[in-house]
Design a protein around this ligand. Structure first.
Ligand code: SAH
Length: 251
């Protein structure tokens, strides 16, 4: 009797930024699996059993969800933001990939959410209006050399760059180093949007220049959007409509 695993994104934190399709699935679930603080963000009251786990145990969590579903449970695995962006959807896919013979009768579905970069963009205008890319600065799952190469290539190709996992207590130097790499390609006055705790209590949003960006203001609850050479600040406008990247690119 195969059950179901749905990997959902709750969005950045606000209940009204979570898709109705996700809340419906949460209400139907028999079991909720996720990082403890994300389970606390679940925007609906449900009687489902909760299986909170620690950070950084994504593979165990994914296997646990599949094992519960194999016994017939209707399991929802919770991520913040979008579950496909540095989150649990890949962990569940990895678990399926590692055990090809298992879980044949478990249905697996992914439901999207608003990712942090989109939430930040919407708070300042339209900085993602042209080509952009998303890079995690965490070197827990990939070597720092790879990160630096990607930063350099993306900055050299003039992408707007969203930076996730910018730094933490365990990784205190990564953002400094990333800014150094970006500044080889970008002017000092390049605008950078800095969003903390978006959609959550204590949210803060600022636009600074690349030269003035202070890594001390940045933590794991922060996402950054670094402008391209065409990203513009409208100094006469309030923050919510102050930053954009034009759709047109003059070559
Ligand atoms: N799946 C998530 C990303 C997980 S990686 C998503 O799609 O948003 C975790 C990183 O995402 C954090 O270090 C931070 O850079 C960013 N992030 C997630 N939620 C955030 C929020 N509410 N405000 C600011 N940044 C956030």
């Amino acid at each position: 009797m195969g059950g179901r695993v749905t990997v959902v994104g709750l969005g950045p934190g606000r209940a009204d930024w979570c898709l109705p399709a996700v809340t419906e699935r949460l209400l139907a679930a028999t079991d909720l699996v996720g990082y403890g603080p994300y389970l606390d963000l679940v925007p609906v009251a449900t009687a489902a059993r909760r299986h909170p786990s620690d950070n950084r145990v994504e593979a165990d969590r994914a296997r646990h969800a599949l094992a519960l579903a194999a016994e017939g449970a209707d399991v929802v695995v919770v991520s913040s933001g979008d579950p496909g962006v540095f989150a649990m959807a890949s962990a569940v896919m990895e678990a399926l990939d590692r055990a090809p013979g298992d879980h044949g009768d478990v249905e697996v579905e992914v439901l999207p959410g608003i990712t942090a970069a989109q939430a930040l963009a919407s708070r300042v205008g339209a900085p993602l209006g042209h080509d952009f890319c998303v890079i995690s600065l965490s070197d827990v799952l990939k070597p720092w050399e790879v990160i630096e190469r990607r930063l350099s290539a993306a900055a050299g190709a003039d992408f707007v760059i969203a930076l996730y996992n910018p730094q933490s207590r365990h990784r205190p130097w990564q953002l400094d180093r990333a800014v150094e790499v970006l500044r080889r390609h970008r002017a000092d006055e390049t605008p950078v949007a800095v969003g903390k705790q978006l959609g959550r209590p204590g949210e803060s949003v600022r636009v600074v220049t690349l030269a003035a960006l202070d890594p001390a203001d940045v933590d794991m609850g922060t996402v950054l959007v670094v402008g391209s050479s065409t990203t513009r600040v409208l100094a006469h406008r309030p923050l919510a409509s102050s930053l954009y990247t034009p759709r047109r690119y003059e070559s």
